[in-house]
Design a binder for this molecule. Structure first.
Ligand code: PMP
Length: 452
């Protein structure tokens, strides 16, 4: 790094999340300068297919001028207003109505927040508030899943089921429990069918509820397909069985649609794909294509009514953010949803998704590939250590190595340990899917020659 270069200044002044700080001091940043469709360009002018849509989030690609115009127009009309003490504005009202219309089940109200973490954090507070309103102060615990990802604030990181989000942060907080991860490839036993594994997952959940006391469990939170935990596709019959258990004990179901929402799985929501009937749904990322930090959650009447009663009893619902329902974010979201609808990006995700899954499946028998998996435009290729490597390879080392090869070949992926994740913008074309798969193939060849 040259002194005073942009890279050196990044190292000098910028602490990055999800980055090893000491390694960053050595290697510096990869500086991205601009985007175009599914591509981004670094400050050397090198072009990459953004195979992760940023962080699973840029549905419409990296230079959609309609979103820029929507933001600009809203900035000029009303750049900011809030939603406290009965205030409102057109974009918030239009968006709330639109989201309720789109919901996979009958929903009642939308609450606006600014990130996925903040949304899930707020949901936990609302659930506690609701249980108090119902005169059930002991009904406060929430069950999430090992490897689930729900954010990084104190409550949402507690619901996240990944060691790096807990270790040294003194998390999880009390009252947040983690049940079995439905990762058939990793957790399924020899000879156990997908259905039998799904039954076991549901039985584990039931046993946890029983041992904790059903009256103490308020909610279960889960992503329809786990994203950041490694693209974990639920085994056949999983959601049906899990919902059966929750119904037995009057436990609310929170579908965290932060990644799956707005077309990612080839249907509008992951809940549509798996016939999930949530009481609460978390939304962010593809809602604005991440052009603006924005999130929301919807709740049904069963959730809303006691909250409204409690707010009325106290005199006010004592929660809300300065930027809740930010008019610029809401305007961007509305335009983004319009584009998703007009261009049938959900249909494109289904078609291009099928091509991506089939393309990756060609590598499933490669000696260094454990499995490939995915639904729609979210996928993973699981790397395994070569024969005889024994314990010598630290978990995640293969993934990091592969990521470097992908970069060299012009593809941005994300390694979740040794699972290479793919989650490209929903606008991706057939040719671009084919280019992505070609890069994976070429990279696997290099990888095999370097690690074997
Ligand atoms: N939920 C899910 C399913 C997510 O994937 C993420 C982010 N990866 C979050 C919540 C947290 O969102 P944010 O990073 O905006 O706080």
């Amino acid at each position: 790094m040259r002194p005073n270069s942009i890279e050196a200044r990044d190292v000098a002044y910028h602490l990055h999340g999800y980055t090893n700080p000491r390694a960053h001091e050595e290697q510096g940043p990869m500086v991205i300068e601009r985007g175009e469709g599914v591509y981004v360009f670094d400050n050397q002018g090198k072009r990459y297919i953004e195979g992760m849509a940023g962080l699973w989030s840029v549905a419409v690609g990296f230079n959609e001028s309609r979103l820029v115009d929507a933001a600009q127009n809203q900035m000029r009309a009303l750049p900011y207003y809030h939603s406290f003490s009965h205030k409102s504005h057109g974009p918030a009202i239009d968006l709330a109505e639109r989201l309720i219309d789109m919901a996979p089940v009958q929903m009642s109200k939308v609450f606006f927040t600014n990130s996925g973490s903040e949304a899930n954090d707020t949901i936990l507070k609302m659930i506690w508030y609701r249980s108090n309103a119902l005169g059930k102060p002991e009904k406060k615990k929430v069950i999430s899943r090992l490897r689930g990802y729900h954010g990084v604030t104190i409550a949402s990181a507690s619901m996240t089921g990944l060691p790096n989000n807990h270790r040294s942060f003194d998390l999880p907080i009390e009252g947040v429990l983690h049940t079995t991860c439905p990762h058939y490839w990793k957790e399924g036993r020899d000879g156990e069918s997908e259905e039998a594994f799904a039954t076991r997952c549901a039985e584990d959940l039931d046993a946890m509820i029983q041992s904790e006391g059903p009256d103490t469990i308020a909610a279960f939170i889960a992503e329809p397909i786990m994203g950041a935990g490694g693209v974990v596709v639920p085994p056949a019959t999983y959601w049906q069985k899990i919902q059966g258990v929750l119904a037995k004990y009057d436990i609310l179901l929170i579908a965290d649609e932060v990644i799956c929402g707005f077309g990612r799985t080839g249907k509008m929501f992951g809940s549509n794909t798996y016939d999930i009937k949530p009481d609460i749904m978390t939304m962010s990322k593809q809602l604005t294509s991440s052009y603006f930090p924005f999130s929301a959650f919807m709740m049904n009447e069963r959730v809303y009514e006691p909250i409204a009663d409690e707010g009325n009893r106290i005199g006010i619902l004592g929660h809300g953010y300065t930027a809740s329902a930010h008019p610029v974010g809401a305007a961007v979201a509305l335009e983004n949803l319009k584009i998703i609808e007009e261009r049938d990006l959900v249909g494109n995700a289904a078609e291009r998704g099928a091509e991506l899954q089939a393309g990756l499946a060609r590598f499933a028998d490669h000696p260094l590939v454990g499995e490939t998996r995915g639904v729609g435009l979210i996928a993973a290729l699981e790397l395994v250590a070569p024969e005889g490597a024994g314990d010598a390879r630290a978990p995640g080392a293969l993934g990091l190595h592969m990521n470097r090869i992908f970069h060299k070949n012009g593809l941005i992926s994300r390694n979740v340990m040794d699972a290479m994740a793919f989650c490209p913008p929903l606008i991706i074309t057939q040719q671009q899917v084919s280019d992505m798969v070609d890069i994976v193939e070429k990279s696997l060849e290099t990888f095999a020659s370097e690690v074997a």
